[in-house]
Design a protein around this ligand. Structure first.
Ligand code: HDE
Length: 695
């Protein structure tokens, strides 16, 4: 008889009606091999006698171990760490004047989507809050086939031409000799490369800004980056730029906070998305386009085919198309999030490409990468990649063919099979017949040569704190470069963008007056600020979707606890309770409360705003905890709104945080919560920043 048999408690499988393997506890609950053979003992290998050698004939052991040995597939060469969810897209009205894309015609239709967010440089096991671009990929399962909008949370890119991409990625990834640093750009090879590629300057401004450390995937914008085309049923084409805007507003972390969260909760962003969806606080984004004709584009003072440029919203405002809601977590991370295959070449009738050279390179690269990552041209048969509309053609065979195509014929045209499958010249995909002529050459267009004007546009459009953070970002990253030549070269570029910024960065590096002289190829234009670029200029005043941390002890004031839960609910925010130990506590009225965290595992960087309110009896014990002192000091340094009860005053003294330091410290004694909530809606106390850090 089997010892330690898992028959009752282990993962159970059963053969469903379709003969599929179900790793569920449903059905008859019998564990089987992959061939469907019931397993009698899954804990002990077949041996000769209880202490004897193992037998090669143990097919159960060999199948299990062999499958395990092959569990991993190559991680994505970029965007390896990602998190995804299912949802739907619904257009607000018919956009037939703009495009014939079927999912943009009927507001009553919900098109299923699968959306994956990612960091770019880090490997799959890196942390979520690295300073990096975030991928923002959406697969629309339309009734005319799958459409993949594979974008980023930043509207421009580092380089003009796909041929430079391998070098860019090699420069940012861990150095080939030492294998580090992981998930960061703060090192010599990255800054050496970008400082030698002036076209990267605009992107560098975004990457050093708050955009590269988002608070949450739910609070992040998305962009298609390239100029695309939309084509209506009459064959008329317009250029478009895609934008995703989160309903919760766009918010970011503070750099020191991002670094600390990396240690405290490496899964900060994925946990946030998973929990929000599980709690039915479904995140939403509005999809908009900037629409302009080719003739209008020719009048702009930049080239719309240049992916290092954006189209200011003052020049072309956004046209809202519809809304995406993510309302279902994946059932299986590997099967769905890992195996999803996005390709910018997956377009549907009504959407087409432009000649953006970076986009053109991507149209080749993604299909190619799926072949090596997923190992077969049949990757479209994996459930998450499979169109939800009928699809049929005569492509055949290949690794892991999971369909069973029937019939004798695998070619068209044919008459043997009644010509069953034929092209449809009316509804089928047709490419926009753009006129193209010219010499074959390897040449960068002169219209791409202005590398600094839009970098400057971005910088001067930022609010004061956002500008401070950009200077801080450059200071931190260049400070990690060992080679001084890279720093002086970068200071030279920054001088062409904004003298004040260059001076601040030079000061942070202790290198004032040491910038290289770099002459722009074309004169930097006199640009006007664009309000739409500042995330805080348009930030909603709200705590919706945010997290309040209540640091307390046994004997917590019942009135405060109740009032806080009520206030958070009405503001659509979440409260998490932190106590010195994880065991249940009792409120002052004897109610049993189960804390969410224990103090040493939940520093204040994990919350958007905090309240510190121990019971009188336990205030001394809390004040003796270094983690409680750090909790307050960090919350203050991260510019958070901090509520306190009178019982916490000793603790504040120990943390050297004056309770009258600024408007962000709010007395919540006697459960007076309204002033706290009102101030917390401002997100952070920006005026505090100059008093807590120089850069
Ligand atoms: Fe990607 N990119 N990329 N990229 N990219 C990949 O495809 C590539 C670029 C983006 O969630 C890879 O399936 C080239 C711009 C996202 O699965 C790979 C070039 C933008 C994702 C690849 C670019 C992106 C990828 C790696 C320069 C914003 C994650 C694994 C021509 C518009 C998709 C994979 C997901 C992934 C190549 C530049 C966004 C290797 C050659 C610009 C969001 O094929």
């Amino acid at each position: 008889m089997a010892k330690n048999s898992t028959r009752k408690s282990g993962p159970k499988s059963h053969v469903g009606n379709g003969g599929e393997l179900h790793q569920t506890s449903s059905g008859d609950g019998r564990l089987t091999t992959n061939q469907g053979v019931p397993v009698a003992d899954d804990q002990n290998t077949l041996t000769v006698g209880p202490r004897g050698p193992q037998l090669l004939e143990d097919f159960i052991l060999r199948e299990k171990i062999t499958h395990f040995d092959h569990e991993r597939i190559p991680e994505r060469v970029v965007h390896a760490r990602g998190y995804a969810a299912h949802g739907y897209f619904q257009c607000y009205e018919s956009h037939a004047d703009l495009t014939k894309a079927s999912f943009l015609q009927d507001p009553s239709v919900k098109t299923p989507v699968f959306c994956r967010f990612s960091t770019v440089a880090g490997s799959a096991g890196s942390h979520d809050t690295a300073r990096d671009v975030r991928g923002f990929s959406v697969k629309f399962y339309t009734d005319q086939g799958n459409y993949d909008l594979v974008g980023n949370n930043i509207p421009v890119f580092f380089i003009h031409d796909a041929i430079k991409f391998p070098d860019l990625v090699h420069a940012v990834k861990p150095a080939p000799d030492r294998g580090f640093p992981q998930a960061q750009s703060a090192h010599d090879s990255f800054w050496d490369y970008v400082s030698l590629s002036p076209e990267s300057m605009h992107m560098l401004m975004w990457i050093m800004s708050d955009r590269a450390i988002p608070r949450s995937f739910r609070m992040m914008e998305g962009f298609g980056v390239h100029t695309f085309r939309m084509i209506n049923a009459a064959g008329e084409a317009k250029f478009v730029k895609f934008h995703w805007r989160p309903t919760l507003g766009t918010f970011s972390l503070i750099w020191d906070e991002a670094v600390k969260i990396g240690g405290a909760d490496p899964d900060f962003h994925r946990r946030d998305l998973f929990n929000s969806i599980a709690m039915e606080n479904f995140p939403e984004w509005e999809l908009s386009v900037q629409v302009f004709s080719e003739a209008e584009a020719n009048e702009f003072d930049f080239d719309v085919l240049d992916p290092t440029k954006l189209v200011p919203e003052e020049l072309v405002p956004l046209t809202p198309l519809g809304k995406m809601v993510l309302d279902r977590n994946v059932d299986n991370f590997f099967a769905e999030t890992e195996q999803v295959a996005f390709c910018p070449s997956h377009v549907v009738p009504g959407i087409d490409f432009s000649n953006d050279p970076l986009l053109q390179g991507r149209l080749f690269s993604y299909l190619d990468t799926q072949l090596s990552r997923l190992g077969s041209p049949n990757f479209h048969q994996i459930p998450v990649n499979k169109p939800k509309c009928p699809f049929a053609n005569f492509q055949r065979d290949g690794h892991m063919q999971t369909e069973v195509p029937t019939g004798r014929v695998a070619n068209e045209p044919n008459s043997l099979d009644d010509g069953r499958l034929r092209e449809d010249p009316h509804a089928g995909f047709t490419t926009y017949p753009a006129e193209e002529a010219g010499q074959k050459l390897r040449l960068r267009p002169e219209s791409f040569a202005d590398h600094y004007s839009q970098a400057r546009l971005f910088y001067i459009s930022m609010s004061e704190p956002e500008q401070r953070h950009i200077a801080g970002g450059f200071g931190f990253e260049l400070g990690k470069c060992e080679n001084a030549k890279i720093r002086t070269r970068m200071l030279g570029h920054l001088n062409n963008i904004d003298k004040d910024l260059a001076d601040q960065v030079a000061k942070a590096l202790g290198m004032s007056g040491q910038a290289d002289s770099i002459k722009p190829i074309v004169k930097v234009r006199d640009v006007q600020p664009s309000k739409a670029l500042s995330q805080y200029a348009k930030a909603p005043v709200t705590i919706a979707g945010k997290k309040i941390g209540l640091l307390t002890t046994d004997g917590v004031d019942a009135k405060l606890h109740k009032a806080l839960m009520k206030a958070a609910k009405s503001e659509n925010a979440v409260v998490e309770i932190i106590t010195p130990t994880i065991g249940d506590i009792q409120s002052s009225s004897g109610e049993q409360i189960t804390p969410d965290h224990f103090l040493s595992g939940a520093p204040s960087c994990l919350f958007d705003c905090v309240i510190i309110a121990p019971s009188k009896e336990n205030a001394g014990m809390l004040a003796s905890q270094a983690a409680a002192v750090d909790f307050i000091r960090d919350a203050f340094a991260h510019l958070k709104v901090i509520g306190y009860s009178q019982s916490a005053l000793d603790l504040f003294q120990k943390a050297s945080v004056a309770i009258d330091a600024d408007a962000g410290l709010v007395d919540v004694t006697n459960a007076k919560l309204t002033p706290f909530v009102d101030i917390a809606k401002q997100h952070r106390i920006w005026d505090r920043e100059p008093s807590v850090r120089a850069f």
